[in-house]
Every structure is written in C-alpha cells, then in structure tokens.
Design a binder for this molecule. Structure first.
Ligand code: AMP
Ligand code: MG
Length: 459
C-alpha cells in the first residue's frame, strides 16, 4: 500500500479535474528507482505492483488521480489554459521525515487539457527524464525525481515512426507552477488565488504567515535564483523555461528538450523549436527574472492592499532579481573554483576566455591540478595564487554529466529493447564526482562526428 494523503484535492477545488489514467494494456516495469523508494519508505509491495500502478493499468488504493489545470507563457505568448495534457497526479505521500511529495504519472493518456496531443509518451523521452533528473539529484540540484518507468504495451507514433509507449512516475515536492497562479489570476478568481498562495506557503515556506504574498515572492526568488545558478554552474540548458515549467518549490521540473553543454558557448540552444534562442544557456538568468515578473503580477494584490504601493514594492523586487541571481552565481563559481569567497573579476575574466573549452572538463582539470589550454594559463596562475581548495572542488565539479551522445545511445538501445547502456550510464551518473579512472568513456565530450545536437519538445 501507498499511504496517499491528498491535501490538494481538499484545498484547491477548481484547480483540477478528477479522472483516471488510460489503462495500459500490457505494462512492464523497465526501471525502478530503489534509492528513491527507500527514501520515501515505500514498502517492497509497491515495487511488486509498480508495473500496474505506475502505468495506469490499475489505480493504486488511496490514489485519486487528477489532471491539474494551469496557464502559462510559452515562449512569451500567454495561454490562459494549458494543464496536464498527458499527466495524472495520483496523490501525495509523506516521507519518513514528514516531507510531502506528489506522485504523478506522465504519458498516462489524454485529458481535457490535451488539445491536439495524444496524451502519450514514448519510452525514450521518459527514460531521458529518469536519467537526467537522477543525474541532477546526484549533483545536488533541487529536482523532481523519477520513481519508475513502465512500458505500456502500446505503440505511440512520433514523426511517422512507431515507438514503444511508456509512462514515467515522478516524485515532486509539488507541481505548483508559476502557471498555476496565472490560471486563477487570468480568470479573476481572487479567492482561489489566495487559497493557492496560502497552500503554497504552508507546503513549501511554512516559516511565512498565511497571506504573506511578498514573503512568498521573496522566498521563490531566492529558491529559483539558487536553482538557475546551479544550472549555469553545471552547463545545464533546460530548454523550455515557460512559466508553466517553473516550480514554486524551486525544483527543476519538466525535463523535455534539456541537455548539457559541452564546449562553453553562452548562445547554446538544443531545442528544435527554440529558433530565437529565448531559452539559450546564457539567457536563463534573464528568463528567471521574466518569469518571476509574471509571478509578481499574480501576487500583486497580496503585496499591499493599496495598489500603487503594491506596484512600487513589485518594482523594487523585480529590480533586485539580477543582483540576487548574480550573488548566487558568484557563490556557485566560488565553490567551483575552490575559493572561500566569491571573486567577481576572476570569474568574469574566466568567462571571457573560456568559450570553446569543454565546460565540465575545464573545471575538473583545474580541480585536479592539471594544466589547461595555453590561452587560459595566465588566468590559471592568477587563480592558483589564491590558494584554491582542490579537494573541495572535486566535490562540486562533476566528472560525469549526461553527455548528449551517451544519452542518445542509451535511449536508442533501450527503444530496441537493450537496457544495458542505460543501466551503465545511470550507474556512472549516480557518482558524478568520482575520479575518471576506469570510466574515461563516460567523461569525454561527444566525438567530432556527433555534430550539433538537437532535442525535441512534447516528445
Ligand atoms: P511541456 O512542454 O512538456 O511542458 O508541455 C506543455 C503542455 O503540452 C502541457 O500542457 C502538456 O501537458 C502538453 N503536452 C505535451 N505533450 C503532450 C501530448 N503528447 N499529449 C497531450 N498533451 C501534451
Ligand atoms: Mg510542462
């Protein structure tokens, strides 16, 4: 049994539709996250039922599946109604430490929010979410986790090709997004907006009082600034930082066309649909501010009862985001460089010299006391004179990240029924900071012939 406790359903009527997932005809468990199951203290019985419970074949006892409604700005354009078009929230569980988690199925069938979509997912993208979210967690980044991937026994069609259908069961601190607030704000449903705000405060920021919109905004700003700074430190490109993909909890959510940069280039974009580079690597801090401005618009009535005063407060907050982010980024870089305190000039100079170098390998080389490219050696001397802590650096600069060519090879093999490359890659991603010796192939950037990497959305 899973001890579901569904506070969302009781607290926020009007924010979801109650409906069951599609029944998977022939479910088979392909990956089980035993570590996460243990963290959640799920009983061994859950794993035995995983194929059925986490595919939609059977609704687990106590679950009350819902599709959540939300709105959102997608690539800057507003949709008043998006919502879970292929996902079902099964319910909430409490971990042994009392923390509350959502368990959600993705790829589990059409809902009234599906628009043109089929409500399904192919195996490759669901395994991709599993791999990359596990890697992020292992590197210490706040993220949703994947508990299981189940093949449904159905075929899904993508670009004219037949692919095995799959469902990922994911665990999140919650699925409250900026878009969840935009949904009620756009409809002028002030009471529901207030209920959502208080629910979010109670669930994620319980140190705040109910009604404290400004406190909530500040807390989310800090959490998100910290998160984006971590992404930047690891060379992670989310790919779809739409407001419906930004979580109030501060977790990374909705792994779609995301990927890690090899050579440092601020303009790096992987997503096939991001033609303008809106969500390019180097733009992510700006989009952080843009998305938070959308959240501020929703929370404005709770900043101050007096509208003019609320706007002034909002503008002050928005004006401060760049600096809050910059402090977080400089702290991330100080840790990457093994320095006790941030050094803005040293960091900025490095970023001017670094384009073209493999981001991950460069920092690891520094942390192992190796020589770097000639053009960077003067900088390296300057840095070394500060007495960096190399051992500490090796705890934050990964050796193994989800390199695009390895992820692709693992997913391709899995789609053909061979899980061995996936399993091998996952094992290495789970110990990102261990030395490269004996696993060099997992540490190298893509070979020359791999070409530029393109990822796809809504996959
Ligand atoms: P995403 O880019 O994954 O955050 O998805 C944006 C929106 O499209 C969400 O409302 C999803 O539920 C929906 N969506 C994505 N893929 C599908 C699909 N295959 N079928 C139905 N809805 C989908
Ligand atoms: Mg999404």
């Amino acid at each position: 049994m899973i001890g579901f406790d569904n506070t969302w359903l009781r607290s926020l009527p009007g924010s979801f539709l109650r409906l069951d997932p599609d029944v998977a005809p022939d479910p088979k468990l392909v990956v089980w996250n035993g570590d996460l199951a243990a963290e959640l203290a799920l009983s061994p019985e859950v794993q035995r039922h995983a194929a059925r419970w986490f595919s939609g074949a059977e609704v687990p006892p106590g679950a009350e599946p819902v599709a959540l409604a939300y709105a959102g700005h997608q690539f800057g354009g507003f949709s008043a109604q998006l919502g879970d078009g292929r996902a079902h929230l099964l319910g909430e569980v409490l971990g042994p430490d009392g923390r509350r988690w959502d368990i959600q199925l993705k790829g589990s069938g059409r809902t009234p929010f599906s628009r043109g979509g089929d409500g399904k997912a192919a195996l490759g993208p669901m395994l991709r979410e599993f791999l990359i979210s596990e890697s992020m967690a292992a590197m210490g980044v706040a993220t949703t986790r994947a508990l299981a991937v189940v093949i449904t026994g159905e075929t899904v069609w993508r670009d004219g090709g037949a692919l095995p259908g799959a469902v990922v069961a994911r665990v999140a601190a919650s699925h409250i997004r900026v878009g969840s607030f935009q949904f009620f704000a756009a409809r002028g449903e002030d009471d529901k907006l207030r209920a959502l705000m208080d629910y979010t405060i109670a669930r994620h920021y319980p140190q705040l009082s109910p009604g404290d919109g400004l406190g909530l905004f500040d807390a989310v700003t800090r959490a998100q600034a910290k998160l984006i700074a971590q992404w930047m430190g690891l060379g992670f490109v989310h790919g779809v930082m739409n407001t419906d993909n930004m979580a109030l909890s501060g977790e990374t959510i909705d792994y779609g066309p995301c990927a890690f940069m090899d050579a440092y280039a601020p303009g790096t974009v992987f997503s096939s649909i991001d033609r303008q580079g809106r969500y390019a690597y180097g733009n992510q801090p700006l989009i952080l501010g843009w998305n938070l401005a959308r959240l501020a618009e929703c929370l404005l009535p709770f900043f101050d009862a007096d509208e003019a005063r609320a706007v002034t407060l909002a503008n002050e907050r928005l004006g401060a985001i760049a600096e809050i982010y910059r402090d977080e980024f400089l702290a991330v870089m100080a840790a990457k460089l093994g320095l006790g305190a941030p050094d803005a000039a040293l960091t900025d100079d490095l970023l001017l010299l670094l384009p073209g170098e493999d981001w991950t390998q460069f920092f690891r080389a520094l942390s192992e006391g190796r020589a770097v490219a000639p053009a960077l050696q003067d900088w390296q001397q300057r840095w070394r004179a500060l007495g960096p802590d190399l051992a500490a650096m090796q705890q934050v600069n990964p050796v193994v990240i989800p390199r695009n060519h390895l992820v692709e090879a693992a997913l391709e093999a899995a789609t053909l029924g061979d899980m061995a490359p996936f399993t091998a890659l996952l094992a290495e991603l789970r110990r990102p900071f261990a030395p490269a010796a004996g696993r060099e192939a997992f540490a190298l950037p893509a070979p020359e012939g791999f070409g530029s990497y393109v990822t796809f959305c809504g996959t």
